[in-house]
Design a protein around this ligand. Structure first.
Ligand code: SIN
Length: 508
């Protein structure tokens, strides 16, 4: 299947099944090259080593994938709920059976420490299992009879072909949580993984094929940054694509929403965030530090729900910053195959430059460096894009990170005096994905949870993601939900059927 020579992987990340490192795209059940034969390189962000060359798909491949998905959809929409569930259960089992290889692929192309990659595999698998179960609970409705001689029904039907465009930060979980609800609902999928991380997506597709997915039901098309617009534009213009589900930047999300308007596709957008993390004077400081560490340093800070701004009340500010600095300075930075690393490299040079820029901008505007603050030189991986975990105190609203997601291991701490001040600062952003706060005052808990403008709120909790909960944002963080029963709605239409002339049931 592989058409480029097998790379030499670090021994600690070698695959038990080398055939899971796939270097072709999947269209209509066949592993192919791009129509024009182009390929692009996938590299390890820690070492810069070449991992594979994969097809650089374009408009012709995108159209072929929709043709295949449309054919597959015609049959899959008629599959029973149990048949859909059974396929998802087999896929779930295949993911678990190959979890170590999948984790290694994530670490290889994305750079996150192996322990985190293992966690991501289980996290992604949990969505597949959840939607295997949910596939069997898609209920319509029979409405109360409002008029004599008429019966009103509500049917839930699959929207059709779904285009899934996924990011590099969770290359397995983000794709799994789009494909699983789509298949549960009876849809077919054309998917484009991020250019930095196509290998995990291709392996996932291979396991789905092994689980018995019909040809064309899920098609996976890698594309380079240069070719991505050709693939996306082909899907946006194609009226047979009835839904776009995108996770990524707000700028791209807005473009997709605009460009979907001509064919009025259903759109789900999980976009950027600028999450506040508020610690009130009455909080348990140790719990708040632990919650912040878990939320902020997941994937080296490259997570949409990572706290981007930490707001700490006067009374505990200094105690909190000192405890945070100790925890942050103790983090171990290094490549995924190093064994003990907790913070991996940033995905590429642009990501590293952005964190550096946010730190420099803040220091120039008066922030105080508490710990970190510079690129991390890593002896085992001198070409990696590592940044030393950083804490800045004295953050102010004019600093760049207050308006832009840093997406890296940097924690800026603001000081505030009153609850009203904290809420105003937290909400002073166009984004509204996640927000967190720590308080032991039960009345405050309800007031603040309601006042925060965010799609998800963590109260005394830094880990809020779950397959059982609706993940998604408000404001410029997007719309649509992933996970839970709400996550299925985005892949379903509501059809109303009115059956008339039921004279025998009409009252005389
Ligand atoms: C994301 O960063 O987009 C997703 C994170 C999560 O699912 O928790």
């Amino acid at each position: 299947m592989s058409s480029t020579p097998a790379p030499t992987l670090p021994a600690t990340l070698a695959l038990a099944r080398p055939e899971l490192l796939v270097s072709r795209c999947l269209i209509d059940g066949a592993w192919r090259d791009a129509a024009d034969g182009r390929r692009f390189a996938v590299t390890d962000p820690a070492s810069g080593a070449l991992l594979a060359e994969v097809p650089d798909c374009g408009a012709a491949d995108a159209a072929a994938a929709v043709d295949a998905a449309q054919r597959a959809f015609a049959a899959w929409r008629r599959a029973t709920s149990r048949e859909r569930a059974a396929l998802l259960k087999r896929w779930h089992a295949a993911i678990l059976a190959n979890q170590e290889d999948l984790a290694r692929l994530i670490s290889l192309e994305q750079g996150k420490p192996l322990a985190e990659s293992r966690g991501e595999v289980l996290y992604g698998a949990s969505y597949v299992e959840w939607f295997a179960e949910e596939a069997q609970r898609i209920h319509g409705d029979i409405l109360p009879q409002a008029q004599a001689g008429k019966q009103l029904f509500v049917l839930k039907e699959p929207v059709g072909v779904v285009a899934a465009i996924t990011p590099w930060n969770f290359p397995l979980a983000m794709l799994a949580r789009k494909i699983a609800p789509a298949l549960a609902a009876g849809c077919a999928v054309v998917a484009k993984p991020a250019e930095d991380t196509p290998l995990t997506a291709l392996a996932l597709a291979r396991l789905l094929q092994e689980a018995g997915a019909p040809a064309g039901l899920v098609n996976v098309l890698p594309a380079s940054r240069a070719q991505t617009p050709a693939v996306a534009d082909a899907w946006l213009a194609d009226a047979r694509v009835r839904k776009i589900s995108f996770t990524g930047s707000t700028a791209v999300g807005k473009h997709l929403a605009r460009a979907s308007a001509d064919t009025l596709k259903k759109v789900s957008l999980e976009l950027g965030g600028n999450a506040p993390f508020i610690v009130f004077d009455d909080a348990d400081v140790d719990a708040a530090v632990a919650g912040l560490m878990a939320a902020k340093f997941r994937n080296a800070g490259q997570t949409c729900v990572c706290p981007n701004r930490v707001l700490v009340q006067d009374g505990i500010h200094d105690t909190f910053v000192a405890a945070l600095a100790r925890a942050v300075a103790a983090l171990r930075v290094g490549p995924a195959d190093g064994g003990s690393a907790e913070i991996g490299p940033l995905i590429n040079q642009r990501a590293l430059a952005k964190v550096q820029h946010h730190v420099e901008d803040a220091l120039a505007k008066g922030a105080r460096l508490v710990t970190g603050g510079a690129r991390h030189d890593c002896a085992e991986a001198p070409h990696g894009h590592f940044f030393t975990p950083t804490v800045l105190a004295g953050a102010t609203a004019d600093m760049r990170f207050n308006h832009e997601e840093t997406f890296g291991p940097m924690v800026p701490v603001f000081r505030f005096a009153t609850e009203a001040e904290a809420i105003a600062l937290a909400n002073a952003t166009p984004y509204g994905l996640a927000a967190y706060f720590y308080s032991r005052d039960i009345a405050r808990v309800w007031d603040v949870a309601q006042a925060l403008e965010a799609g998800m709120v963590g109260v005394n909790e830094g880990a809020l993601s779950s397959e059982a909960a609706p993940f998604g944002g408000i404001k410029e963080s997007g719309y649509g939900r992933e996970g839970s029963r709400y996550g299925l709605d985005d892949y379903l239409h509501t059809k109303y059927v009115c059956q008339g002339n039921l004279a025998r049931h009409a009252r005389a």
